[in-house]
Design a protein around this ligand. Structure first.
Ligand code: NAP
Ligand code: ZN
Length: 346
């Protein structure tokens, strides 16, 4: 089996160590990829630190993968050697259930196979993008448009699709007031996408420290949630609130900023349960919902949309030896706005 350099967390929360992992031999519908860059998503941190549930260790995280095709199986038609491609949060699904058939593999009834900290259907653990090569079933590979550099493209494979999908579903667009809560990795892409969709965008951040950046990304309003006045001032204001925060929020206050029939979509996944009072929904027929990444056809659509509209993550490129420090900076909300690992450094 082909082996590749990688970075793993040997046990929960332990510092990363360079290692070597095996990738599978190419199957008929497989694409072999030389990884160039892997983004660091806050979900990587939640999983390495077991903030959600027990993880599978050693863990090689990474589900924002950008690279180049080095080989394809005989049944692969969509890709050839040399193509610039991406892999996101999923590497397999049943392909047959109604959700897979609809291109919403993330809701596969058999259970979608996640890119790392998961198991293939044969029971083998999955290892993600903090590595130099990966072999993935062709359905789970997308094309990176020529106008997007690979390092900038990497974060779109999770942060991009995770925000594009609910913004599209809940019709961010002309005439709509959209608030993005938390301007980190997901949030700063969400601001750009919502603006490109034509919505009037407001950022709700803990402080005003990143206001200039938020405006540059396309926001017309920017408020500090540390100020109680903010919630009073914005009562009943928004059609859609997209919550990208990795921690629990006082939900009733946020729901109160929605219009009648407004939607609050959660994509952030704190470790503990959220709570809200029924009146916060009932009083104004509001909708509280969530969204899980996005399917493969929509991921390709999102990449093409970002290329067309010039949506580009603002990244900070780092080496393998910097990952532990990067994790601490992300959890301290000190990220501008996505760390991307140059995997040649592993
Ligand atoms: P991130 O870069 O850390 O961004 C989160 C932002 O939330 C921070 O930059 C900060 O923004 C704000 N924040 C952090 N702690 C806060 C607190 N205690 N109170 C209020 N605001 C706080 O993380 P990310 O990579 O964007 O991921 C965000 C969340 O989405 C994570 O929980 C991740 O697991 C989840 N996620 C979900 C999906 C999905 O499919 N649903 C996919 C990917 C990621 P400000 O400094 O602007 O306040
Ligand atoms: Zn992610």
């Amino acid at each position: 089996m082909p082996s590749t350099r990688a970075l793993n967390a040997p046990t929960p929360g332990a510092p990363f160590e360079p290692t070597t992992i095996e990738r599978r031999e190419l199957r008929d519908d497989d694409v072999a990829i030389d990884i160039a860059f892997a983004g660091i998503c806050h979900s990587d941190i939640h999983q390495v630190r077991e903030e959600w549930s027990e993880g599978i260790f050693p863990m090689v995280p990474g589900h924002e993968i950008a690279g180049t095709v080095t080989a394809v199986g005989p049944d692969v038609e969509r890709f050839s050697v040399g193509d610039r491609v991406g892999v996101g949060c999923f590497v397999d699904s049943c392909g047959e259930c109604e959700y897979c058939q609809a291109g919403e593999e993330q809701y596969c009834t058999k259970g979608v196979v996640v890119t790392y900290n998961g198991r293939h259907y044969d029971g083998e653990p999955t290892y993600g993008g903090y590595s130099q090569a990966i072999v993935v079933k062709d359905r789970f590979v997308v094309t990176i448009p020529d106008s997007i550099e690979l390092d900038v493209a990497a974060p779109l494979l999770c942060a991009g699709i995770t925000t594009y999908s609910p913004l599209k579903r809940w019709q961010a667009g002309p005439g709509k007031k959209v608030a993005i809560v938390g301007m980190g990795g997901l949030g700063h892409v969400a601001v750009q996408i919502a603006k490109a969709m034509g919505a009037e965008v407001t950022v709700l951040s803990q402080s005003l420290a990143k206001e200039e950046d938020g405006k540059r990304f396309g926001a017309s309003g920017y408020y500090a949630t540390s100020e109680k006045e903010t919630f009073k001032k914005l009562r009943g204001e928004f059609d859609l609130i997209l919550n990208t925060v990795s921690a629990n929020l006082p939900m009733d206050r946020y729901l109160g900023m929605l219009r009648v029939g407004g939607v609050m979509a959660n994509v952030g996944v704190p470790s503990d349960s959220d709570s809200y009072h029924a009146f916060s929904l009932i009083g104004s027929r509001r909708i509280l919902t969530g969204s899980n990444v996005g399917g493969l056809p929509e991921t390709q659509e999102m990449l093409d949309f970002c290329a067309e509209h010039g949506v580009a993550p603002q990244i900070e490129k780092i080496e393998g030896s910097d990952v532990d420090e990067a994790y601490d900076r992300v959890t301290a909300s000190d990220v501008r706005y996505r760390f991307v690992i140059d995997v040649a450094s592993l």
